[in-house]
Design a protein around this ligand. Structure first.
Ligand code: HAM
Length: 416
């Protein structure tokens, strides 16, 4: 029987994993400076949490959720994203009682039953951030600046920051009416999904990727012309602050996002080097969600980074590091094998990556292995070395060699 990972699921192996680790470490080090704390959230939540927040008429809820009944006959879902769970957590633990804004980040797998393709998986990883309790555009600006700082810190410079506002409960209904009027005579030419969206979630027509729909929607009214005064001021202040903070951005009136919880600010970071799935990170404000989940009125904003896409991009800038041991300890004979293990342990205690030979093989094959795994040094220990109290060393990179007293090994490698 031959097994393989399920379609759309993948293994992340060395050396590629080094790129992931670099991304995660950089995210932590930047986020902490902005006052974000890590939270770990369940991978499974009650299905209703996602239906209510992401929205019933969205691709995710309609088609993409891994939903099943557990043994207690409860409907549960593998999280397709992190915001809903973070809001559930915020309300459940009464975190609004702590000083505002409360700022969190999380990292982990998400699950969407999408058609797998380049950059699109059924299990994918996100690093997400959520900040609760400040309605001011200064928080939007900081969040976006933080994302920019993080991307710069890992060496990704040429990404596009796209920005939009999708308004609030006051202005969005007016905008939707304007869209309805615009699409009314044309909608029959759109794809079946857009025809459905016309009645259920008209904003999503602006986000459809079908070529004909993209063509037909040219000239559709832009949300910017329909924002209420409150949303307009918020957006203008935000763009002003981004300029002050030196965060480059462009306006994209079609950026409506595929999740229903957004209000006001939406943004996406894209790269032209990723093909069709070009969004590396995306987010926005969701000022009503905490209240909808039974908490007090608490504005919030966040984003999530797609790890696979970011890792793909980063590998074009900095190749994955093939990690290799500093020392390989080659041993010949039972007694040397044991002494080799002792030396290995004590060198490791000094902070080095050291590989023992595990015994049994000829010296030639041990040295071949040392070379294959990329060890910088080999230390050779046989009966003669044990009795003389001196080991041979070889620098496998430079081709040099010599002898060192067993008692001097620590000092030798501390300098090597
Ligand atoms: P999202 O736009 O659905 O937003 O996902 C964020 C990022 O996750 C995308 O830009 C993309 O990089 C990555 N991503 C999404 N789906 C896939 C997939 N099937 N395969 C690979 N990567 C994928 C959210 O999830 C929101 N929760 C973001 C947010 C946080 N908004 C506010 N706070």
């Amino acid at each position: 029987m031959k097994y393989s990972a399920p379609k759309g699921f993948q293994d992340i192996l060395p050396p590629e994993i080094s790129v992931w680790q670099r991304i995660e470490a950089a995210a932590r080090s930047v986020f902490v400076k902005y006052g974000f704390h890590e939270i770990r959230l369940p991978i499974i939540e009650a299905t209703d949490i996602f239906v209510r927040s992401i929205g019933e008429i969205t691709d995710i809820v309609e088609k993409e959720m891994y939903t099943f009944r557990d043994k207690g006959d409860r409907s549960v879902t593998l999280r397709p994203e992190g915001t809903a769970g973070a809001v559930r957590c915020f309300v459940e633990h009464g975190l609004h009682n702590l000083p505002s804004p409360q700022k969190f980040y999380y990292a982990g797998p998400m699950f969407r039953y999408e058609r797998p393709q380049k950059g699109r998986f059924r299990q994918f990883y996100q690093i997400g951030v959520e900040a609760f309790g400040a309605a001011q555009p200064a928080l939007d600006a900081e969040i976006i600046a933080m994302l920019n700082d993080f991307l710069k810190s890992i060496g990704l410079l040429n990404l596009n920051f796209e920005l939009n506002s999708i308004g609030c409960d006051v202005c969005r209904p007016v905008y939707k009416e304007a869209l309805q009027l615009f699409f009314r005579d044309k909608i029959s030419g759109f794809c079946p999904d857009c025809n459905r969206r016309y009645n259920t979630n008209i904003l999503r027509i602006l986000d459809c990727k079908v070529e004909r729909c993209v063509e037909l929607r040219g000239g559709a009214p832009a949300v910017s012309g329909h924002l209420c005064e409150h949303c307009r001021i918020h957006f203008d202040e935000l763009t002003g602050l981004l300029e002050t903070l030196d965060v480059p951005f462009s306006l994209n009136a079609n950026l409506v996002r595929g999740l229903d919880y957004y209000t006001k600010t939406t943004f996406e970071v894209t790269s032209e080097h990723l093909g069709a799935q070009k969004a590396v990170a995306a987010g926005g404000r969701y000022d009503k969600l905490v209240k909808e989940f039974g908490g007090p009125d608490t504005p919030a904003i966040g984003f999530a980074i797609g790890m696979e896409r970011l890792a793909t991009l980063l590998q074009t800038v900095v190749p994955p590091e093939k990690a290799a041991p500093k020392v390989f300890v080659a041993t010949l004979g039972k007694q040397a094998d044991t002494e080799g293990l002792r030396i290995t342990k004590s060198l490791r205690n000094n902070g080095l990556w050291v590989e023992p030979s595990y015994g049994g093989a000829s010296l030639k094959s041990q040295l071949r292995k040392a070379d294959r795994i990329g060890a910088e040094y080999a230390v050779i220990l046989g009966e003669n070395e044990l009795s003389s109290g001196k080991a041979q060393w070889k620098n496998l990179k430079e081709g040099t060699q010599g002898e060192v007293a067993l008692t001097e090994l620590q000092a030798f490698f501390a300098k090597a």
